[in-house]
Design a protein around this ligand. Structure first.
Ligand code: SDX
Length: 428
């Protein structure tokens, strides 16, 4: 739908800003010609009011707590689809037919092995290296192994690189875990589902058969689906910005992993579990809630708040349900779940959190489930990166194929020294 342009009056000079409308969500003011026409930049640290691109992949309504992947509500995909279907949906825009899914499953499965030389990369790290540090290094290094899928101008190479990344992330992630505990790497198995294969590479040992629990397989697959994509978050924007320079897809995904690692972003699941462990018991919750409200204290409630959601993160609701299911089926009575439930209750009743519309986000419950499944906290963000790879590559594809895309190069509001004369050292 076309709209009359907005008018910007700068010292009685009136400039017209085109208004663009998407299929759903806020309209945008097109400021792409603002500097050329007015000599002014826009200023928006953290991009709180800035749309960086046009996209057809994921839509979030933060006020209503809605998350759609290519128009399908996350709750419906969590209920009725598996992660491979979601990867196909994000990449190609439609859910696969039965035949398309079988072929996609096969193609991904037959890319899960990594070049044997990559094993040597791991031995260069200390055994206690954080697995995210290993993932940043090893994923970036994939471009040294897969030269035949780094020409981003070739759609076929772009797709092969995307398949390789989706397929190999579980293998690399499992290798990072095995390396940290001094166990041998377990090769991928083509007879297992994506999630079961990952769990097998994580928990199996060469000395005996490992049977993947259907409960864990379903929970793992669901966690991958919930983390697959999320519009233009920090790590996805990092992947897009890196890709806008023409960098190869492996380097772009490595940049996304680095950005996701931060505790304000994908590192929050690890930070949240550590926070719950520090709280320890329900009676200490008020102390931490008060700290989170204290402006002089940098402490924040990990797993709470979100740049976009000003309502419940729909993924947190599914996660909460899954936490109860997994712990129940595993017969695990984790007091941290009680602490988390009580913390959620108290925070949601607290004036501060209500006023600032701070709700639990996807990271609030994921740590409890992953701990129950046997993952160490250091692996939590690795699993997030593994799952988000499908979203990252889909967004990267969309950017490369966007006819208006160009290298991302923001400007600034400069407040440093104006030009001045240099006094040579011997005179200073
Ligand atoms: C993810 O972007 C995505 O989509 C990310 C993600 C994805 O799928 O890719 O959803 C994954 O990263 C989820 C978020 C995980 N991070 C955390 O749980 C860390 C704790 N949360 C906060 O750090 C914070 O809420 C952010 C970083 C998530 C959002 O920060 P914003 O949008 O910059 O909001 P803000 O910091 O401006 O907060 C608004 C106000 C501030 O108070 P005032 O300065 O207005 O007085 O709310 C306060 C903040 O101090 N606030 C919190 C809080 N989060 C925000 N106060 C206490 N505890 C918190 N958790």
């Amino acid at each position: 739908m076309s709209h009359p342009p907005a008018k910007l009056d700068i010292n009685s000079d009136v400039f017209k800003l085109p208004i663009l409308e998407g299929s759903v969500g806020p309209k945008v003011l097109d400021v792409s010609k603002l500097y050329r026409e007015t000599g002014y930049f826009t200023y928006d640290p953290g991009f709180t009011s800035t749309a960086s691109c046009e996209s057809k992949i994921t839509f979030i309504d933060g006020d209503k707590g809605i998350l759609l992947y290519r128009g399908y509500p996350i709750e419906d995909l969590a209920e009725s689809s598996d992660y491979m279907e979601v990867c196909y949906l994000l990449l190609f825009g439609e859910l696969p037919t039965k035949k398309e899914k079988e072929k996609f499953d096969h193609d991904i499965t037959y890319h899960t092995m990594v070049h044997e030389q990559l094993n040597h990369f791991y031995s260069g790290f200390r055994r206690d290296a954080h697995p995210m540090a290993i993932m940043v290094g090893v994923v970036g290094a994939l471009s040294a192994f897969y030269h035949d899928s780094t020409d981003i101008s070739d759609p076929r190479q772009r797709l092969i690189a995307s398949y390789r990344l989706i397929a190999k992330m579980p293998t690399l992630a499992a290798m990072a875990y095995k390396y940290s505990i001094g166990q041998p790497f377990i090769y991928p198995r083509n007879d297992l589902s994506y999630a079961a294969n990952f769990l097998n590479m994580i928990f199996a040992v060469p000395c005996e058969e490992y049977h993947v629990s259907p409960t864990l397989e379903k929970a793992m697959d669901l966690i991958f689906t919930l983390h697959a994509d999320h519009e233009q978050n920090a790590s996805t924007s990092t992947v897009r910005l890196a890709g806008s320079s023409g960098a190869n897809p492996f380097a772009c995904i490595a940049a996304g992993i680095a950005s996701l690692w931060g505790p304000a972003h994908g590192g929050a699941n690890e930070a949240c579990l550590k926070m719950l462990e520090e709280i320890g018991t329900k009676d200490r919750i008020p102390e931490f809630v008060n700290r989170a409200k204290d402006k002089s204290d940098p402490f924040r409630l990990m797993g709470f708040g979100h740049r976009v959601y000003k309502n419940f993160d729909p993924r947190a609701k599914v996660m909460r349900k899954t936490a109860h299911k997994v712990l129940g089926e595993l017969g695990i009575d984790d007091p941290l779940l009680e602490v988390a439930m009580e913390l959620e209750k108290l925070a949601l009743e607290d004036e501060y959190f209500i006023a600032k519309k701070l709700y639990p986000n996807v990271d609030f419950y994921s740590g409890i489930i992953l701990k129950a499944m046997g993952f160490p906290t250091e692996m939590f963000t690795v699993l997030f990166a593994l799952a988000r790879t499908s979203g990252w590559v889909s967004q990267w594809h969309e950017m490369i194929e966007d006819p208006v895309q160009k290298i991302g190069r923001p400007r600034q509001l400069y407040t440093g020294p104006t030009q001045r004369k240099l006094t040579p050292l011997d005179k200073r």
